[in-house]
Ligand binder design. Structure first.
Ligand code: AQP
Length: 349
């Protein structure tokens, strides 16, 4: 028989970097799920500004982007009163726990992280230490709240697995100390990634083999949450496709990455499946499918864009949301850090 698992309170944590315009990938891969999970879970949503500075950011732009992501969270339907919305740098415990995790995680684990390899590129010697240690800070973000569920896009799967490895190693390295302090056989939960639905990896509109990303040089590659209806229609019209009509079923999308991407986007926006979208559009040319996709995008995104624009100018309100969220987040994080210090054997006040 398996040993009984310690019961952890179910809690959701996730973050978004303030590094530029939020795009459809961030929205469908992450934020839509953040909104949905509010119905069933206690949720903590963070603007991860300390992650943003792993690559140099222009200070005034960073300040603006922190407020913009916060405005986007609220405009998309996150309720900062019922749940917690804050920016990472206001809760010092994230960085504090990250240091402990720097001492738990192994170099070999970090060396396997594909996102570091992609972002550092060929000039690895010149990448910041922060960019390399980024996954340890991400583990701290989640585990400082002892969060159990983490909604993310497919690209974050490997980092989530590392967070689980770190939690497991901490639990086993300090097993006796954890048990002696009444935490049973595990202090940290092994957080579960929530990667579900038809758009867990939204691809570039210009190249079906690359993920849609804030840092792509071409603005035509992505739909930004700030784009107006004409811009959305133009980007969809210009999106790369192939000459064939849409297939009958998902099997027919297997070798057609651009078609697969657009059908996935449609399905996610319509809250349905790719199979259902193909039932409706099988045999249709892109000249018919693209306008339907544009209309759906505009219908879903326009109210969000309008609300973001309204909120963005109200910096006093946005800053008050972040301040209030930070206080509530810190109350939880400080408890975790106290226990971690005791478990590790550090003397504290
Ligand atoms: N293309 C995507 N499809 C699905 N989900 C995505 N996410 C990002 N891109 C896609 C998810 O959005 C959440 C927040 O991402 P982030 O801002 O923290 O970091 P990121 O993955 O680095 O975003 P970008 O746009 O790709 O930025 P750059 O260009 O700087 O690398 C995460 O849950 C992520 O999975």
């Amino acid at each position: 028989m398996d040993a009984p698992k310690p019961a952890f309170k179910e809690r959701v944590f996730s973050g978004v970097q303030p590094t530029g315009n939020l795009h459809l990938g961030n929205y469908l891969g992450a934020i839509v799920k953040f909104v949905e999970l509010q119905k069933t879970h206690e949720c903590i949503y963070c603007v991860v500004d300390l992650h943003a500075i792993t690559v140099w950011q222009e200070p005034a732009e960073l300040t603006k982007a922190i407020r913009e992501v916060t405005a986007a969270f609220i405009a998309c339907g996150i309720d900062p009163k019922k749940h917690i919305v804050f920016n990472q740098s206001q809760v010092a415990e994230h960085a504090e726990l990250a240091w402990v995790f720097n001492c738990v995680a192994r170099l070999g684990w970090l060396n396997r992280m594909t996102q570091f390899k992609e972002k550092a590129g060929k000039d690895r010697e010149n990448a910041s230490v922060g960019l390399y240690a980024y996954p340890n800070l991400m583990a701290a973000d989640i585990l400082v709240y002892r969060a159990t569920h983490v909604p993310v896009g497919e690209d974050q799967k490997q980092h989530l697995e590392l967070s689980r490895d770190i939690a497991q190693k901490f639990n086993s390295d300090y097993a006796a100390s954890i048990a002696a302090r009444g935490f049973g056989d595990a202090f940290f939960p092994l957080p579960e990634p929530l990667i579900q639905g038809p758009a867990t990896r939204v691809m570039s509109l210009r190249d079906g083999s690359k993920k849609m990303s804030k840092s792509d040089a071409s603005d035509q590659s992505r739909i930004n949450l700030t784009d107006d209806p004409d811009t959305i229609a133009l980007k969809v019209r210009r999106a790369k496709t192939d000459p064939d009509p849409l297939p009958q079923d998902e099997k027919g999308l297997e070798t057609r990455p651009e078609a697969d991407n657009l059908v996935g986007i449609y399905a996610a926006l319509a809250d349905t499946t790719k199979a259902d979208v193909l039932r409706e559009f099988a045999g249709a040319q892109f000249s018919a499918f693209k306008p339907a996709l544009s209309d759906l995008l505009v219908a879903k995104l326009s109210p969000i864009t309008a609300e973001m624009r309204r909120l963005k100018d109200d910096t006093a309100y946005i800053d008050s949301v972040l301040a209030d969220g930070s206080v509530r987040a810190q109350a939880i994080a400080a408890e975790t850090m106290k226990a971690v210090k005791d478990i590790v054997g550090l003397v504290r006040r």
